[in-house]
Design a protein around this ligand. Sequence first.
Ligand SMILES: C[S@@+](CC[C@H](N)C(=O)[O-])C[C@H]1O[C@@H](n2cnc3c(N)ncnc32)[C@H](O)[C@@H]1O
Length: 313
Amino acid sequence: MVSDGVDIRKAAYKLPTDVQEMDGLALQRLGIQHTIWSLMIGGLYPVGVTDQVDNLLKAEPERQPIVLDVGCGSAIWSIGMANNFPHAQVVGFDLNAQKFSDAPKNFRFIQGDLSSTLPEFVGRADIIHCRCVAQHVKDPQALTRLLSATLRPGGLLLLADGDWIVYDQHKKLVEPFKWWESSTTGLEESMALEEDARGRSWYAGWLDFFGNLTRSKEYRPIEELVKNVEELTMLDSSRYLSPINWPGEGIENGKDLGQVLNINQRNFFIGAKDIALRAGLSREMIEIWGRHYVEEIDHGHLYNVWYYVTAQK
Ligand SMILES: C[S@@+](CC[C@H](N)C(=O)[O-])C[C@H]1O[C@@H](n2cnc3c(N)ncnc32)[C@H](O)[C@@H]1O
């Protein structure tokens, strides 16, 4: 069944989609996020599925195996896969138009909503990669069913997503400061606001605010989304923590991650300002928030939280 007749259109993608987001250069936001994922999982996909990937993409090259990058953004992942597996056909899908000047010949891009672009591949894909997309579509469970339907039997699903929660140095949940729930809201009362925030995190508050604003109300953790699809067998479900501006404790590539996360989270604040303005925050409030946000990521010992699920059909 292809999506149970559920419309995953009207996917209100609310994160920044300007040139800065869509450009795949390493210093741009999606480029940086790609670096973060690569550092966390150790490459383009988790080491644990290397054998499955090799079997699917190298065993019968004359079959021209198919790799789909669903909601590919800058297509930095798909282009990496196309370069590494020249016998595979790699296809990137996104709502937004793209130009790829230096993409390899075995890569192509299809623009449009996934509900209408993916069905062409039903039952044919060897590998589907879908990273940081599920929470942005209207019906994440319908999307997961559609991904499963698009895989051929034995095909591999690589499903990844970020969370909007923050952990402290002891890997415990940080309490967000939700100014909008505070009785103090005016700028003239900013001292009182700072008093109010005491013990809670402005950084976690900003993430909480954006999570609620941008994530589908139907969203469930990706592990659950996969478990709810009968034809999929979960291979692994992992949580990754990325330290911000410190190496973290026991974190692989922690030093590099800490530095990259600092740049990424600074960019995120700048990129999200307009959305915050449109959502009704005053410039003054954004300014106060930004000051505390940067202070926390520069000097706190915080982690962001991410999830990666691999499953086979
Ligand atoms: C956060 S970005 C992630 C991009 C990429 N997967 C990565 O990890 O670098 C989410 C992408 O999903 C795309 N997207 C969201 N909803 C979509 C839909 N219904 N159809 C096609 N693309 C969609 C957005 O345009 C955006 O480029």
